[in-house]
Design a protein around this ligand. Structure first.
Ligand code: C5P
Length: 289
């Protein structure tokens, strides 16, 4: 039996780092949003033992360094069926090293797929608890939608869904290493933070303009020459009428929020002349588990 799942990319409407912890991680406060950019994931039970993975991106590993493989392994352990054979097929669209949680979304999609293959033995909360063992963003990706994430990103609170809009995402050619960016952030000492309560209020009011005005990511404060490309992309987005523009996660993708679909398409076309990855996407609401 084979099940088909879609792994949805996430964007950060806000990203704040509130403390450095003793365990090497940082405490975060983030408003996360699922969008309609997906990887396609097929999960199948096989007769042979072991977990096998295939992916259209050749440089994505096929062993436990791949979060999707780790997810299948963690699920089998949790239900006490470690000996089962599983095959995972991934068609990736979400760019790697973009700050869109592509690897985490794949892992979450595998958890949902495994749950379908094994008679839905777990509910949403149980899947989210397994997800925490896999990576910081995986718990959010289990059902996605619009959420406030705290701690390492695993403490989740459902929020009012983001209103319909068009979002232009653009990723420059380079990727940014997450641990490296956290280290640089520790060196600068943050003075500016997003207005997270204001963002929650704007979401409750369904006010796209207020939401867009409050988008902010503390990693943009890091002094890194690559941030110049991020600033250039933001300028193009705002010049084309974006209500707001910000980098997602630890980058390197940047996105802008539009209410006008034609303006969004024109902007994506212009950015595409210089940057290979450019897409127009829409917000996606929470998946029912
Ligand atoms: O959990 P994940 O594997 O995605 O994290 C990658 C790295 O990013 C961690 O090893 C850590 O250096 C950094 N990180 C952090 N605080 C977080 C999440 C990640 O310092 N909340």
């Amino acid at each position: 039996m084979t099940v088909q799942e879609y792994a949805y990319a996430k964007l950060n409407l806000t990203l704040d780092v509130t403390a450095r912890r003793d365990d090497g991680y940082h405490d975060m406060l983030m408003v996360m949003q699922t969008v309609s950019l997906t990887d396609s994931i097929q999960v199948e039970r096989t007769e042979e033992d072991g977990i096998r993975a295939r992916c259209n991106f050749r440089y994505v590993p096929n062993d436990e360094r791949n979060l999707a493989v780790k997810a299948a392994c963690v699920y089998l352990q949790a239900i006490g069926e470690e000996k089962r054979g599983i095959s995972i097929r991934m068609e990736k669209e979400i760019p790697v090293g973009a700050g869109m949680a592509g690897g985490s979304a794949d892992a979450a999609a595998v958890l949902r797929g495994m749950n379908r293959l094994f008679d839905r033995r777990m509910n949403r909360r149980e899947l989210e608890m397994l997800a925490e063992q896999i990576g910081s963003d995986v718990a959010f990706c289990v059902s996605g939608g619009t959420s406030l994430a705290r701690g390492r990103g695993e403490q989740l609170e459902d929020l009012t869904p983001m209103p319909d809009c068009q979002i232009v995402i653009c990723k420059p050619g380079f990727s940014i290493s997450t641990p490296e960016l956290f280290r640089k952030l520790d060196q600068i000492g943050l003075r500016t933070h997003p207005d997270t309560p204001g963002m929650l209020e704007a979401l409750r009011a369904g006010d796209l303009k207020e939401i867009s005005m409050r988008m902010f990511n503390v990693f943009e404060e890091v002094d890194d020459r690559r941030m110049r490309s991020e600033a250039e992309i933001k300028h193009v987005l705002l010049d084309h009428g974006a209500l707001g523009a910000v980098m997602t996660g630890t980058g390197s993708a940047v996105f802008g929020v539009f209410c006008d679909g034609e303006a969004a398409e024109r902007c994506a076309e212009e950015l595409h002349r210089e940057y290979r990855f450019c897409r127009v996407v829409q917000p996606v609401s929470r998946l029912e588990i």
